[in-house]
Design a protein around this ligand. Sequence first.
Ligand code: SAM
Ligand code: SF4
Length: 328
Amino acid sequence: MTQLLDGCGRKIDYLRISVTDRCDFRCIYCMAETMKFLPRQQVLTLEEIERTARLFVSQGVRKIRLTGGEPLVRPGIVGLCQRIAAMPGLRELVMTTNGSQLPKLAQPLADAGVKRLNISLDTLDPRRFRSITRSGELGRVLRGIDAACKAGFAAIKLNTVALHGRNSDEVPALVDFAITHGLDISFIEEMPLGDVGRSRPESYCSSAWVRERIAERHTLVDSAEQSGGPARYVRVSGNPGTRIGFISPISQHFCDTCNRVRLTAEGRLLLCLGHEHSLDLRGLLRRYPGDDAPVLEAIHQALQRKPARHVFDHDDVQVLRFMNVSGG
Ligand code: SAM
Ligand code: SF4
């Protein structure tokens, strides 16, 4: 069977695709207040994204996540989902979204074959929500979560970036929200991607701290479960409908089991979130429109350069790329 192996012998079977760098929010950990987005001709077309997905699936990729920016602001996204979800060999198409478009798109996405959703939710307070996202409306995202719960996805997970001085005091309330709605929730440590115009170390909140706060109220049971991504999970005793994940890129890197690469909105194949090593796939896709062989050859070669691990030091912005470009 064809498969993608990197230079460290890790099997790569998970591709994350950033379908746009644009977004209707400006979250304080992800973007600067004023952002310049890519000119449209530099962004991969839907056809180029589909072709890339097909090439990776032909090489053994079993899971694709569409992300961004905000994937649901890209026109044509539902049709793209339908075409990728139908690719023979793909086990699951999943998506990460800020939820703002879910009131109208949750059902079409589920019908198109998107299996699971990650929905970002950092606070349950409308004013805080506005200040963290700089422009978002909490009520709309909560309506989006409700619509998603009714649409028949196999699973929905909330994603929370925990920050001291912003939302860390809401960890128990967010866990209760997840339990009440029968959802999973993952807490993410903030990564130093891009200069977002504020000091990240001041608000850094470790997974260990978050876990302690939850353990003050709930009995947590370690779990070996994996969702094919970087989260480590615990179960909440007495609440079988909820798993709590910890994504700890700063305190506990997860590189030994890394199984993924990322395609940026401008068509760079990023080999690691914490490094600039990449392959200009857009150039290759446009140079060889009817010939996949040289593109595949370049992908296999690039994987030999995938770094063994990332080193994030939260005192410092080491990667100039913003998260919306990388595809979280
Ligand atoms: N717009 C969608 C959303 O917010 O869910 C998808 C893209 S967003 C870049 C993907 C995930 O990355 C979100 O859960 C977001 O909270 C997280 N994220 C963004 N910037 C981050 C950072 N600097 N460190 C850690 N997580 C970050
Ligand atoms: Fe947009 Fe998601 Fe980044 Fe927030 S985290 S600005 S919603 S891309």
